[in-house]
Design a protein around this ligand. Structure first.
Ligand SMILES: Cc1ncc(COP(=O)(O)O)c(/C=N/[C@H](C(=O)O)[C@@H](O)C(C)C)c1O
Length: 389
């Protein structure tokens, strides 16, 4: 469960039996064809996979350089990539006889995906969400409740995602018998980061098939936004051994990566530490206190990053850059204007970096960007930022 010195399993003793049972279930499921048959059926008939690989022609012409493709995971059921992972974890939870699912959420997409799959399988669902995020992602809070989930606003700490994850872990320790913790990103104690990556890898597997079909070769650059890093790991993982494919992760630069730490660029502006059960890069002060971080996008507003990204960063296999709120808002508007696609603020960060690099790249350079979520949840927040009602 290690990626170099990153990853591992830093949990309280009371959780160990459950973590070991989960690891055993996952190891067995990995080679169990009936598990993947059930996943494939649900991905096709319930999620609507494969998601299209779409050539954004008008955007590419406007940028005047590389050919830009969007991997359209915003077209999945519930409007983001989160459901890819939730399906896998809940099938495992059912196999473990669990009847109550808990989850943390920030942007609410993971919460909505968890509530959705619980409604489909008739499982009880409790979602922990920072009070601040409850405010800025109201549409998703209402959707979760419509789907039958209990949404618990978290006011401990500063009432953000970090506190929601801590409260979810506390719930889990108290209810290990009937409860399964469905983690929304490639964080948490082993096996979560590897398991979430494996479920999200459907994104990269489809992309590889689709780009070979449409262009007859692999992309030159693949790029994705990073909160905890699950949509990025899902796109990147099937390409790690294709050394000619340049890999770029885009973190939330907030108001700018500076000493005021008003960002969530854990790799660019953080250092190694332990949080939520794994060792990775974290935003922390000199005493090791985890900082809140800042981003216009709730989905990237996480002061840590998946341990596998920390390793890809240190080994140089992937590059990691930071995009500010302002740059993300510009990309958000460009996607609407040129492609008729309202992106979530999260993938808007990846698009902002595409806008930076595409113009200077040759016309036959192929970029694939993960359009990991749609912007319905963000339109009121964006309207406020743009001063238009
Ligand atoms: C549309 C969309 N795009 C990207 C992300 C970033 O999460 P990763 O893909 O795991 O880096 C997110 C993250 N959403 C989480 C959530 O909905 O709970 C997030 O807020 C937390 C798990 C960090 C998202 O909603």
């Amino acid at each position: 469960g290690r990626f170099g010195i990153y990853g591992g399993r830093f949990v309280s003793e009371t959780l160990m039996p459950l973590i070991l049972e989960l690891e055993d279930q996952y190891e067995r499921a990995k080679t169990d064809q009936s598990f993947w048959d059930e996943m494939d059926w649900l991905w096709k008939h319930y999620v609507g996979r494969p998601s299209p690989l779409y050539y954004a022609e008008r955007l590419s012409d406007h940028l005047g350089g590389a050919k830009v493709y969007f991997k359209r995971d915003e077209l999945n059921h519930t409007g983001a990539h989160k459901i890819n992972n939730v399906l896998g974890q809940i099938i495992l939870a059912k196999r473990m006889g669990k009847t109550r699912i808990i989850a943390e959420t920030g942007a609410g997409q993971h919460g909505v995906a968890t509530a959705t799959v619980c409604a489909k399988f008739g499982l009880k669902c409790v979602v922990y969400m920072g009070a601040h995020d409850v405010e800025r992602q109201q549409p998703n809070v209402f959707r979760m409740r419509l789907l039958g989930a209990e949404v618990v606003p978290v006011t401990s700490g500063r009432g953000t995602l970090k506190d929601a994850m801590n409260d979810a872990l506390r719930d889990w320790v108290t209810n290990v018998r009937d409860t399964f913790y469905c983690i929304g990103t490639v964080a948490g104690p082993h096996p979560y980061p590897a398991m979430v990556r494996d479920f999200q890898s459907i994104i990269g597997k489809e992309t590889k098939e689709q780009i070979l079909e449409q262009e007859g070769r692999l992309p030159d650059t693949i790029i994705a936004a990073i909160g905890g890093g699950s949509n990025a790991m899902g796109l990147f993982y099937p390409f790690l051994d294709d050394k000619d494919v340049r890999i770029i992760g885009v973190e939330a630069g907030g108001k700018g990566v500076n000493e005021k730490m008003e960002h969530c660029a854990s790799l660019t502006g953080g250092r190694p530490g332990v949080l939520h059960g794994n060792r990775t890069y974290l935003l922390q002060d000199d005493d090791g206190q985890i900082l809140e971080g800042f981003s216009i996008s709730a989905g990237l507003d996480y002061p840590g990053i998946g341990p596998e990204h920390a390793w890809l960063h240190d080994t140089g296999r992937a590059e990691y850059v930071a995009i500010t709120d302002k740059e993300a808002l510009e990309a958000f508007q460009l996607s609407c204007a040129l492609e008729g696609i309202i992106p979530a603020l999260e993938p808007s960060h990846a698009l902002a970096h595409v806008m930076k690099i595409a113009p200077d790249l040759p016309k036959d350079h192929i970029i694939v960007m993960n359009m990991c979520g749609r912007g319905d949840k963000d339109i009121f927040a964006v309207a406020k930022h743009l001063g238009v009602e």
